[in-house]
Design a protein around this ligand. Structure first.
Ligand code: ADP
Length: 459
């Protein structure tokens, strides 16, 4: 519906055109000529008003007067209202922007917005201290040209929001940074970097402390064990009544030694982290040795230990670490499987990876324990573990060894039925056997498929 001023304008134009047509007819004998002159006049008049409106709109100081007239007054009032609302909004956004800038400037972490081509779009003050980025200079430059550490560049390209990366600050080598990249808006990404030097220093102190204490304890303990052995070997009749306590002391001392060895192994694994030299390891022969040791451990319990091994599959890795991890799994199977139980060791590879499976039909593990099994000193049954000579560090060592080889440990188990521990290694670590296996008689080359077990988890 038209408003009243518009009706008024239409009436006035109608009257003007009618008068012009009449005048044209009277003066020139042509009503259309009069109408045409009136239309041109009206058009010129409205164009003049439009140009006045344009000049008024473009004048930021608002020194010019807007076009007058009832229609134009309504339009000018509407535009004025929008202008005022706009100014209000601008002030509000200005205040918000100020607050945001103050907050990001106070942020101790570096925050950098990257555009879809991973160029720096914006960065906060802390980016200068932590990443060496200068807002004025580096905006628009590819971040990979500014932060060139290989770990960071690889992380930037992999585009997985869930991961994080650690790398030394380009400003100060002593600063260790932890960085994450998260999606931000439709095509941008937000890079967040935190100084984690203190946490890393504390972790290093903890590791050094454990390694040093373990090392310092080992020497006196070796001496104590040596004296106990000498006393137990002696046939002095005066020692006869002491034999039982001496045996108990030797057993406990051996347990302590085992614990110290495991702690030192863990410290070594953490210190080496991906840096242990990797060589082709003849895993089939290694597993045959471990199976022999497991038979010795089983002794009179008479476990049946089966080896299903692809003799052609060797792996690129650290032999000492792999021996420790695999023997922990196999010895656990012996220790947690009742006498006469069955243990199967399978070694195989396909295009998806290389796999060691150790399966037993022993006591099994309840589902809620599985995710925590590889934590240090986590045991399902403390007394049971101690009684069988466990330190509570075995699976933790397995997990570290696997992580140093880019692999992972999967555990599935059912209480009372048995357990299955699977070490998965990337297919890229596979190497062909260099020589014919020495212990071919114990190998069968077709590995059995790994059956899924009801309680499964990743440790
Ligand atoms: P421990 O020295 O106590 O054996 P581990 O880290 O090797 O420590 O194992 C942690 C716990 O996992 C053990 O205490 C045991 O309860 C459970 N466990 C490990 N292997 C098996 C298995 N094959 N069958 C049943 N339980 C197992």
């Amino acid at each position: 519906m038209l408003s009243r001023p518009w009706w008024g304008l239409l009436w006035r134009l109608g009257a003007l055109f009618a008068a012009a047509a009449l005048a044209g007819w009277r003066l020139f004998d042509h009503a259309l000529l009069g109408l045409l002159i009136a239309l041109a006049g009206a058009l010129f008049w409205q164009l003049w008003r439009l140009s006045q409106l344009e000049r008024w709109l473009l004048d930021d100081r608002e020194a010019r007067a807007p076009p007058s007239g009832r229609i134009w007054e309504g339009i000018v009032a509407g535009i004025g209202r929008l202008r005022r609302q706009n100014r209000k909004r601008k002030r509000k956004f200005g205040r918000l922007l100020e607050q945001f800038q103050r907050a990001t400037a106070a942020l101790p972490d570096a925050a950098v917005i990257l555009d879809e081509e991973d160029k720096v779009f914006w960065c906060n003050g802390a980016s200068q201290a932590l990443l060496g980025l200068t807002p004025g200079r580096d905006i628009g430059l590819p971040v990979a040209n500014l932060l060139r550490h290989p770990s960071f560049v690889a992380f930037l390209n992999q585009r997985r929001a869930s991961d994080s990366v650690e790398f030394p600050s380009p400003v100060d080598d002593g600063l260790m940074l932890g960085a994450r990249i998260v999606p931000c808006g439709k095509k941008q990404r937000l890079l967040l970097a935190t100084d984690i030097s203190r946490v890393r220093r504390l972790e290093q102190m903890r590791r050094d402390f454990i390694a040093n204490v373990s090392h310092e304890l080992r020497t006196p303990l070796t001496v104590v064990i040596g004296y106990l052995e000498t006393l137990l070997d002696s046939d002095n009749p005066a020692l006869e009544s002491w034999r039982r306590p001496l045996r108990g002391m030797r057993q406990q001392a051996a347990r302590m030694m085992h614990l110290i060895e495991d702690l030192l192994m863990l410290a070594r694994l953490e210190a080496q982290k991906d840096r242990a030299p990797k060589k082709p390891v003849a895993v089939p022969a290694l597993l045959a040795d471990i199976a022999d040791d497991a038979l010795a451990l089983s002794g009179e319990q008479g476990h049946e230990i089966r080896l299903l091994i692809d003799a052609e599959v060797w792996i690129l890795g650290c032999e000492q670490e792999l021996r420790s991890a695999f023997s922990n799994l196999v010895f656990n199977a012996v220790r947690y499987t009742p006498a006469g139980g069955e243990i199967e060791i399978r070694w195989s590879a396909d295009e998806n990876g290389i796999r060691l499976a150790v399966e037993d039909n022993g006591e099994g593990i309840a589902a809620h324990h599985i995710p925590r099994l590889s934590e240090r000193f986590y045991r399902v049954n403390r007394d049971r573990s101690r009684g069988s000579g466990g330190t509570g560090l075995g699976l933790s060592i397995v997990k570290h060894v696997l992580s140093n080889h880019g692999g992972q440990l999967r555990i599935s188990s059912e209480l009372g039925k048995g357990s299955l521990f699977v070490c998965e290694f990337p297919a890229g670590l596979r190497v062909r056997a260099a020589t014919a296996p020495e212990r071919a008689s114990v190998f069968e080359s077709a590995p059995a498929p790994v059956p899924p077990a009801p309680n499964a988890g990743e440790a």
